[in-house]
Structure formats: structure tokens, C-alpha cells
Design a protein around this ligand. Structure first.
Ligand code: PBG
Length: 329
């Protein structure tokens, strides 16, 4: 009898499809990025990211509460200081009363069970927009940047952050941050390392949201070349050996091979960041009716899980949590 194998048998009904589904997306897997700005009562929509806004801390709490109600269990906070408050050394990133520590305290006070992560980088705070301080010749000074990142991580941990996530791509920063956290009495705070972070065009909308575009040059002197796959394993290994608790691949959708490699090579949780441009592409097509937002978002996130990511940072988080609840997932 031809055909001998009939895979369609197991696809015939919705019950069968659910029974044999290999990958599941749940709200527990999602981390929601938030942008904190100074002031009060501020809610400034980001034009290139529909439904995403820069919020003052009071409004940020409303946003985080809504996400929590929808089932989201973790957020990652990005600070966006006033343009006039930036300086060469990015000091706003590591001030103890800076925008991120204030946001963390407010969120943790009101929502103690919410896992509050903090991005650790200088780019939103430096006048030149690079992720570290500059040498006299104008290149990013790796070793001079490390103690500043470590200070930022300690300030966020002291405010109550549940994780610090260095996204700067300086060499050696995980070890520098681990030592500083332990030395300051925060050995319990995990490091979620942006380990394989590529110099990607897909960060475009984020740089609008965080006002963090470099004023000269680009980030290809520290972020990875999109053409490289083996090198990602090296970056992941270094962060793992330096003590990272979670390893991250970023962006996610165009880098599923890297996520699969990371999953196969390491025994720590793997996170993937579905970045602003990935969100933007789906949203831009969705507003024209060219793709169905819900199906495209769920499919893109399921693919990231299928490739091997345990956790996904995504701007779709609260929406997806709502959709999954509707589906009884
Ligand atoms: C900071 C940082 C960036 C993103 C996260 N942390 C931007 C960059 O490296 O330029 C991008 C996130 C996104 O695009 O959603 N270094």
C-alpha cells in the first residue's frame, strides 16, 4: 500500500496536534523590556515600535503591573537619561540614584515577585553613544570600561535587581562584574550575559527608544560580525567560564543556528533576544494587513524556542501572555 507512512494521521484534529506538539511557548519563558525615563506622568510612545513607550517610573510601574496581570514574570529595565545628562564617561549608568536604580526600587516595592532584570551598558549614558569610554584616539577602551560596568551592576544589585545583564560586549566584563558583585555583598545576583551579540541592523528602533545611537562610527569594533558562527561559541564559552549564569544570543530570529549551537554546547539556560527590529518588521507588516500579528508573533517566538532558547526577551511579552491564556496554553 502506498504511501506507507502517513504523517498526516497525527495532524488530522486539533487534539492530535496538541498531543504531539514538540515545542511549547508559555508566559513563563518571556521577559518584557521596559524603557525608564526621568520625570513623572510621562508616557512617550516610540514611533518605530508600536505599543512600546518610554515611561517615567510611576507609569512604568503601571506597565509592569499590567504585564504581571497578563502572566509575565520578568522584565528588563533600560534607562534613558535626559540628553543633557550624558557625559563622556557615561556616569548616569552607575549613579546610585540614577534612573535604573530608581525604577528597580519602585518595581520591587510594589511587585516583589516580579523578576526585575537590568541591562548593563554605557551607550545610553555616554555623550558619544558608544558602549564604553573612549581612548584619546577615539576607540572604545575595553579595560577602562570594565570597572564602570561593574559599578553599574553593583548599583543595580543594591537597588534590588534580580539579574544584571551586560550588553556592552567588552572582553572580560562578566568576570569583572562577578567579582564586583561578590565583593559588594551580592553573590546571589545572577549575571545574564549578552554573549553572542551581533552588530545588527535590527537594533534600529531600539536606538530611537533608548537614544543610544553612536554619534560616530558603529559598533562593529566590539559587537560580533553577523557572518561568524564559530566565533559565537568562543564568546559563549568565555562568558560561561567567567561565571555567567545565563547565556544570551542576540538578535534571535536571524540567528537560530547560533541558538541551537549554544543549547547543544552549554548546560546553563540559554536566552535569546527578539530585538526591536524583529518586532518592528512584524508590526509594520501587520498594520498593513500583510501578516497576521498574532500568528506571526507566536510563530516567530515558537521558532526561537524550537531552536533551543529557554527564555525569550520580547516586546510582544504581555500580548503573547494574554493570547496564550486565551488558548489555554
Ligand atoms: C545596549 C543594547 C542594545 C540593545 C540592547 N542593549 C542596542 C545596541 O547594542 O545598539 C538592543 C535591543 C533591541 O534592539 O531591541 N548596548
Amino acid at each position: 500500500m502506498f504511501p506507507l507512512e502517513r504523517p498526516r494521521r497525527l495532524r488530522r484534529t486539533e487534539s492530535w496536534r496538541r498531543l504531539v506538539r514538540e515545542t511549547r511557548l508559555t508566559a513563563d519563558d518571556l521577559v518584557y523590556p521596559l524603557f525608564a525615563v526621568p520625570g513623572e506622568g510621562v508616557r512617550r510612545p516610540v514611533p518605530s515600535m508600536p505599543r512600546v513607550a518610554q515611561c517615567s517610573v510611576d507609569v512604568l510601574l503601571e506597565e509592569a503591573s499590567r504585564a504581571w496581570e497578563a502572566g509575565v514574570r520578568a522584565v528588563i529595565v533600560f534607562g534613558v537619561p535626559d540628553p543633557g545628562a550624558k557625559d563622556e564617561a557615561g556616569s548616569g549608568a552607575y549613579r546610585e540614584d540614577g534612573i535604573v536604580p530608581r525604577a528597580v526600587r519602585t518595581l520591587k516595592d510594589a511587585l516583589p515577585e516580579l523578576s526585575v532584570w537590568t541591562d548593563v551598558c554605557l551607550c545610553a549614558y555616554t555623550s558619544h553613544g558608544h558602549c564604553g569610554v573612549l581612548t584619546d584616539a577615539g576607540s572604545v577602551d575595553n579595560d577602562a570600561t570594565l570597572p564602570l560596568l561593574a559599578r553599574a551592576a553593583v548599583a543595580y544589585a543594591a537597588a534590588g535587581a534580580d539579574a544584571v545583564a551586560p550588553s556592552d560586549m567588552m572582553d572580560g566584563r562578566v568576570e569583572a562584574i562577578r567579582e564586583a558583585l561578590d565583593g559588594a555583598g551580592h553573590p546571589q545576583v545572577p549575571i545574564v550575559a549578552y554573549s553572542a551579540k551581533y552588530a545588527s541592523a535590527f537594533y534600529g528602533p531600539f536606538r530611537d527608544a533608548a537614544h543610544s545611537a553612536p554619534s560616530f562610527g558603529d559598533r562593529s569594533g566590539y559587537q560580533m560580525d553577523p557572518a561568524n558562527r564559530r566565533e559565537a561559541l568562543r564568546e559563549l564559552r568565555l562568558d560561561y567560564e567567567e561565571g555567567a549564569d545565563v547565556l544570551m544570543v542576540k538578535p534571535a530570529g536571524p540567528y537560530l543556528d547560533i541558538i541551537a549551537d549554544a543549547r547543544a554546547a552549554f548546560d546553563v539556560p540559554i536566552a535569546a533576544y527578539q530585538v526591536s527590529g524583529e518586532y518592528g518588521l512584524i508590526m509594520a507588516a501587520a498594520v498593513h494587513g500583510w501578516v497576521d500579528e498574532r500568528r506571526a508573533a507566536l510563530e516567530s517566538l515558537t521558532a526561537i524556542r524550537r531552536a533551543g532558547a529557554d527564555l525569550i526577551l520580547t516586546y510582544f511579552a504581555p500580548k503573547v501572555a494574554g493570547w496564550l491564556a486565551e488558548e489555554g496554553a
